[in-house]
Design a protein around this ligand. Sequence first.
Ligand SMILES: O=P(O)(O)OC[C@H]1O[C@H](O[C@H]2O[C@H](CO)[C@@H](O)[C@H](O)[C@H]2O)[C@H](O)[C@@H](O)[C@@H]1O
Length: 251
Amino acid sequence: MPAERLSATPDRAPPLSLGETSLFFDFDGTLVDLAETPDAVVVEPALLTQLDALAARLPGRVAIISGRSIAQLDAMLGGHARLFAVAGSHGAERRTPDEGHVTPQAPQALERAAAELAAYAAANDLVFEAKSLGAALHYRTRPDREAEAVRFVEQVAETRKLTLQRGKMMVEVRSPGDKGAALTTLMAAPTMAGTTPLFFGDDVTDEDGFVAAAALGGDGVLIGAPRPTAATYRLGDVNALRDWIAAILET
Ligand SMILES: O=P(O)(O)OC[C@H]1O[C@H](O[C@H]2O[C@H](CO)[C@@H](O)[C@H](O)[C@H]2O)[C@H](O)[C@@H](O)[C@@H]1O
């Protein structure tokens, strides 16, 4: 399945030499379809098979960079998550074979902020998500509550001096960090250094990853409908990415 350049250049797949490329994947909305709530996401066995095959085919050159915490990714992917590098919490933490789990201390203010968001969610029929280095309010089930929920979390972020993160039908307070810095750090590993990064992502938090991939001579690949983005290619949805992975595994 070819990817599509967002500029005026004709559509074509990202140039790819498997032996010289490192692959970085966002999780929600990229490797798995979005669901009503964070816990309702389905990880198909076929995806795990593909990830295992990629890890074998590109040893040390596959990573997941997610807004979820590494603990959440482990819960979703089980032992498969140990086959590649992972960066979680929007890049604030990472786990690599060389370094192990590198994570900052959670900000002191996070506990109080999380309690405030949890109480707000309970009172407003929203979904609260607790994360190692963040806390999120989800309004996918109550889109009518978006404006008020966002205002509330903005205030909490400002009062508690935490980073504000917008996402798809969610708003979060979290530790600092970004996916671009995570990609750049992971790319310094001996197995990835000197290779060309491709970063696949769908959300605003992935834009930093697209920029970092381009800075290292690679590309961002937007998953989803066209929108202003730093990505230079696009695939229409999760299925298109899964087809692309299947195609490169066949080469
Ligand atoms: O960077 P990602 O791996 O894409 O993670 C971003 C956020 O993904 C999750 O929320 C999103 O997916 C949910 C399940 O499909 C959906 O219900 C929600 O509306 C989306 O925003 C996750 O729950 C967050 O913690 C991640 O930050």
